[in-house]
Design a protein around this ligand. Sequence first.
Ligand SMILES: NCc1[nH]cc(CCC(=O)O)c1CC(=O)O
Length: 413
Amino acid sequence: MATLDVSADASQPANPQSAPSPSTSALPVISIGTRRSLLALKQTDIVEAALKKAWPDRDYAIHAMATMGDKNQVTPLHEMGAKALWTHELEALLLEGRLDLVVHSLKDMPTQLPASLSIGAIFPREDPRDALVMRPSLLPSSTSPPRNSHDLLSTLPPGSVIGTSSVRRSAQLVRLYPHLTFASVRGNVGTRLSKLDAPDSPYSALILAAAGLLRLGLGDRITALLSSREGGILHAVGQGALGIEVREADGDISRILGKVGCERTTRMCLAERSLMRTLEGGCSVPIGVETEWVDAVRGAGDGEEALTDVAAKPAPEDQNQSNRTVEGKENGTEVTSGQKDDSAAGILTFRAIVVSLDGKEAAEGEMTRRIASREDADQFGWDMARLLVERGADKILEKINLNRNIIHEQGDA
Ligand SMILES: NCc1[nH]cc(CCC(=O)O)c1CC(=O)O
C-alpha cells in the first residue's frame, strides 16, 4: 500500500502525478482518504483489497491525514462537542473532488452527513462487541478457570479505575458495577494500551472495541467480551463496521461500490443509525445497541420453516408501523450503492438501551422483525426509538441537557 499525506490546505491536485504505480487504464485513479492511525490504515487496506478484487483494472491511491480527533488527544471526547471530529477534514477533501471515497469506522460517522455526501457502502463487521482488557498484572493466572467479564468486573476492589472515554460505556458499566470508578483515556488503541500497561498506570482495565484490537492483530489482549449474553453492556451504533463516504452524485464511484460491501451488515447498521438519528444522539449520548440476524442460514432447507414462523409472529410492541423517509434522501436510506432488493431478507433481533450518565435510569427495548429491504431496516430503528421514548428515553436524554424536542414530535407520530 502506498500512503501519501495530504493536508487540508495543500494545493496539489487530487491525483498527484506521483501515483504509486503506472496507470494501467485510461480511467481516473480512485483516491481513497483515511485517517492516519494504524487502525484506520488497516481498515483502508481491507477496502482497497476488496476494490482491487472487484475492479482489478482500476488504479487506487491512498491518502492518509490526521483529523481534529487525532490531533487533540487530551480533551475527553464528550467535551470536544463537534460531532464530526473524525470526519470533517476528510469530508472537505471529498467535497472538493480531491478524494473519491473516504474509509471510516462507521461508528465515528455522524448520523447526519453533509449535504451531497452519502454512505456509498458498508463493509462487513468485525466482532461488534466491547472488550474488557485487564492490566496484565491483574490477569487471572492461566490455570484458573475461564472467567467472564461479569466475574472479573464484580470482583475488582472498590474504587478500581476503568479507562474509557465513552459515556456509553461508563454509564452502562456504573449501572452494573457501582463500586468501580471510570476515567477518560484518550489516544489511539496502541497509546491506550501502553497507558494501561505503564508501571504507574492508574487503570485496572480498559474497555475497547474488540473490532479494533482484532484488526490490529491484538486479539490476545482481550480478557473477556461484553455483551447482553454476559449481562454486560451494549455496543455503539455501527461499531465494528466500515463506512465508505462518497459524493452522492458520483456515478462512477457508485457503480464501483455496487460490487462490494455487505448488504446484511448494511441493514443492521441502518437500523442502528436510524435509532440514533431519531434520538439525536451523537457519540456523547449513551445509546447502546445489539443487532443480530436470527434466521437460519439462507437456503438451509428445514431452517426455512422456523424462519417463516418467526416472521409471521410480530413482537407485541411491533405494530402500527408508520411510513416515512429519511430526511433529504429521496429513495429512502442513507446508503446509496449496492443491492437493495430483498434477496438479503432475514429476521433481525434488535436490542437497545439509553442510560443516564450516572447509570441510575435506563430505557431498554428488544424487538424481532423480518427485514426485507433497507427501508425496513431504517423503519426498525425509528420504531425502536419510539419504543425507548415510551419507556422514558426522552426524560433521560432531557436530563443529559440536549434539545430533545424532535423526539416528542416523532414519538407522537
Ligand atoms: N473513536 C474510537 C474508535 N473508533 C472505532 C474504533 C474501533 C473499531 C470499530 O469500532 O469499528 C475505536 C476504538 C474503540 O472504541 O476502542
